[in-house]
Write a protein that binds this ligand. Structure first.
Ligand SMILES: *Cc1c(COP(=O)(O)O)cnc(C)c1O
Length: 397
């Protein structure tokens, strides 16, 4: 059994703050400053450029990729870390499209994160060829999988509502229609058990600063299924994805397998922070995490809906259909969230009217959930949100 009291002690949780926003940015693991300090002082300071070999910086993207792979059911050598998630979406979608050159349609849904849709729009526009991005309601995706579809591109867990797609079933349907799948695991990796191998996903991507706690700006990851690894075309043909980067050849030749999805120089300091965060996951069983996430989510939903008749649940009521976040609709959601934050309960707001709370068992327990629900109830029922200072919009919501 995972000891969640022990994992909670592995994080710095600011005094007076109850943190329900780990779905957006995980808190600082206590081991991170020392690990980052080691890269700065023992490696960069003392080794300078020789750190690429002596501290094995050059292998960090593959090593960390394998460690994330273990959390998402990816075999060794199929997952690599680097760049940002938006870049990884671009690479995965481009490679997927190249595997279906005779088809014109990318299918996605309105629950996908805007960056994924924007990246698709940008890529399809640049490729020309009458390619179409078709965006349907999440509940209607299955019905739109036809033999027109080149790529089914979805985020498994909806960033606003927490609604979870059935990755295995939709992938099976896509394959039945001859389509390739690209799954975004931004709200899945570190949030719930994921099995890209069992689901037969073709490509998967995700970020590491949300549930994985890698820190602001931590690099993203990409998985390419073994059967595509030697065909996947790297549209961003950078030198570190070349078969022989230090041969400095004029023409690009892709590296074997997943290494071709590397682009340029990786963020070594940021990867040190990610490594410290990934050490925590060695103590966690993903099935225990899921059980605990559901217990805490159900407790939170029950407490908030009982106490606040003005809030309506935006997340599915069936826990099996949810990721690890709980969202509510409220007409003054922005102001209410600011008032809740002023009381030390950190969630976030997503337009047009969603108050969103991440449920992260690594560092949240029953007492946190009960405290948060009580504070939310006071804000809503006393109309504390109706103060002018809570209605001023900040740059980041
Ligand atoms: C958080 C998130 C992103 C953010 O992409 P970045 O390039 O890391 O800024 C993209 N897609 C999804 C689905 C997300 O949840």
């Amino acid at each position: 059994m995972t000891d969640f009291t022990a994992t909670k002690r592995m994080f710095h949780l600011p005094e007076g703050m109850t943190y329900l926003d780990g779905n957006s940015l995980g808190p600082l693991p206590l081991a991170t400053p020392q690990r980052v300090g080691q890269t700065l002082q023992d490696e960069w300071a003392e080794m300078v450029i020789t750190g690429w070999n002596r501290a094995e910086w050059i292998h960090q993207p593959a090593r960390l990729g394998d460690r994330i792979g273990r959390l998402i059911g990816a075999p060794e050598g199929t997952c690599v870390v680097g760049d940002t998630l938006s870049i990884k979406v671009f690479q995965a979608l481009a490679a997927a499209l190249a595997l279906r050159p005779d088809r014109k349609v990318v299918l996605s849904d309105t629950g996908n994160f805007p960056s994924d849709l924007y990246i698709a729009q940008g890529l399809l526009g640049a490729l020309g060829q009458d390619l179409e991005l078709r965006v349907v309601a999440p509940e209607e995706v299955a019905d739109h999988i036809t033999d027109e579809i080149a790529v089914l591109m979805l985020t498994e867990v909806d960033y606003r509502t927490g609604r979870k797609h059935d990755m295995a079933a939709l992938t099976a349907k896509a394959h039945g229609a001859g389509a390739i799948t690209v799954w975004d695991l931004a709200h899945s990796a570190g949030a719930l058990p994921v099995d890209v191998t069992g689901a037969k996903a073709d490509f998967a991507v995700g970020c590491t600063y949300k549930f994985l706690n890698g820190g602001p700006g931590a690099p993203a990851f990409i998985f390419v299924a073994p059967q595509h690894a030697m065909q996947a075309r790297p549209i961003l043909a950078g030198w570190l994805g070349h078969a022989a980067p230090f041969a400095f050849e004029a023409a690009y030749r892709p590296a074997d397998g997943i290494a071709r999805m590397r682009v340029g120089t990786p963020p070594i300091i940021q990867m040190a922070a990610l490594e410290a965060a990934l050490n925590i996951w060695d103590h966690v069983d993903m099935n225990d995490l899921r059980t605990r996430s559901i217990e805490l989510s159900e407790r939170f939903i029950h407490a908030v809906t009982q106490a606040c008749p003005d809030l309506t649940l935006a997340s599915p009521t069936d826990p099996a259909q949810r990721g690890s976040q709980v969202s509510f609709h409220f007409h003054e959601g922005y102001a209410a969230m600011q008032a809740v934050i002023a009381r030390g309960i950190i969630g976030d707001f997503r337009a047009p009217d969603i108050m969103r709370f991440g449920i992260t068992p690594l560092y949240l327990d029953e007492a946190d959930i009960d405290h948060a629900a009580a504070q939310i109830a006071e804000v809503i029922n006393s109309k504390e949100w109706d103060r002018p200072e809570f209605k001023v919009r900040a740059a980041v919501t």
